[in-house]
Design a protein around this ligand. Structure first.
Ligand code: 13P
Length: 340
């Protein structure tokens, strides 16, 4: 393990004013996103869309890293350069999703375990050769009556820790992503209780597996009520509960926390991040690693038309810039109305 390299790359991923673009949608997920804009998902339409994002002028001001999918890390920009090379030339770190997805956890209806550990050591070596400097593994924890079970929490935490240790062995920074879903009708308090238990188990497992905390990035959910819960917390309540939970459970040695957006709207995800960054001293950087909350308006502006690329890139830049402001607590909801 090259400790100096992983520590410096982990810090660069959460550098002030910047955050990570999650563009690692699997083929199934990107198809769902393209279906919404009535666009067929093909090798070329996926390449063209990622090219639009990765060549957006000025994005490097706000984007520190991009998470790629296995297909994408092997694809090229229109000028023939492989995507990882293009990103690196702009000072953006290329990353790679390495889990094989959440599969049903046997014996625990409604719960999942993320797979992908077999052969991971060899895949990490290959991805490093292709330019990846960090990786991502997502564990999914659903909340419902009697769920999550202790088994789902511990099995997923153990897999996350085994993945993180393998990444560091290959001098790749692991993004450790335990996502408590915001589907369902659970309250904000219940989300806090579950997130607290999950983070406790995750850091126990990371300790057991001797993961070097200074060379990783945590990617958690925010503490937020389920989408179907009648009582939604105010933005300030979400920010307060999330910070309270993280302060209790995330060691100060971790350089940064980069939130997932998880189904929040673009404006919600940016506001929550900004409120947290406004809340005084914290031991870690508080950043973003958004998928949907960075791409929704870009996809809507593009709709698969070459003639819309410039407008879509402008839209992406605007979203990235607003999240860059949120990194400093300087975003205001009124900015959503202001012209791009
Ligand atoms: P969302 O921000 O759309 O939740 O995606 C982030 C991500 O990478 C989920 O694994």
């Amino acid at each position: 393990m090259d400790k100096v390299a992983i520590e410096s790359n982990a810090s660069a991923m959460v550098a002030p004013g910047k955050g990570i673009l999650a563009a690692d949608e699997s083929s199934g997920t990107i198809k769902k996103r393209f279906d919404k804009i009535q666009l067929e998902s093909t090798f070329e339409s996926r390449r063209a869309y990622r090219d639009l994002l990765f060549t957006a002028p000025g994005a490097e001001k706000y984007i520190s890293g991009v998470i790629l999918y296995d297909e994408t890390i092997r694809q090229k920009s229109a000028d023939g350069r492989p995507f990882p090379e293009l990103l690196a030339s702009r000072g953006i770190l290329p990353g790679i999703k390495v889990d094989a997805g959440a599969k049903p956890l046997p014996g625990f209806p409604g719960e999942t375990i993320t797979e992908g550990l077999d052969g991971l050591r060899e895949r990490l070596t290959e991805y490093r050769g292709l330019g990846a400097r960090f990786a991502k593994w997502r564990a999914v924890i659903d909340v419902a009556a009697g769920i999550p079970s202790r088994c789902a929490i511990e099995a997923n935490s153990d897999a996350l820790a085994r993945y993180a240790a393998l990444c560091q062995e290959a001098s790749i920074v692991p993004i450790v992503e335990p996502e408590v879903l915001m589907d369902g009708d659970h309250t904000l308090e219940r989300c806090e209780e579950v997130t607290d238990a999950v983070l406790t188990a995750v850091f126990d497992a990371l300790f057991l597996h001797r993961v070097h905390l200074e060379g990783m990035v945590l990617k958690p959910n925010m503490v937020i009520a389920g989408k179907k819960c009648a009582v939604q917390g105010t933005p300030q309540q979400v920010a307060d509960a999330t910070l309270r939970c993280l302060r209790r459970r995330v060691p100060a040695a971790v350089p940064g926390i980069a939130f997932l957006s998880g189904g929040q709207s673009e404006a919600q995800a940016t506001l929550h991040l900004s409120l947290m960054n406004r809340a005084g001293a914290k031991p870690w950087q508080l950043s973003f690693s958004y998928g949907r909350a960075l791409q929704q308006s870009t996809l809507d502006a593009w709709r698969g038309e070459a003639g819309n690329v410039a407008a879509a890139q402008k839209s992406f830049l605007r979203r990235a810039r607003l999240n860059g402001l949120a990194r400093d607590g300087k975003y205001d909801a009124a900015m959503e109305q202001a012209a791009a």
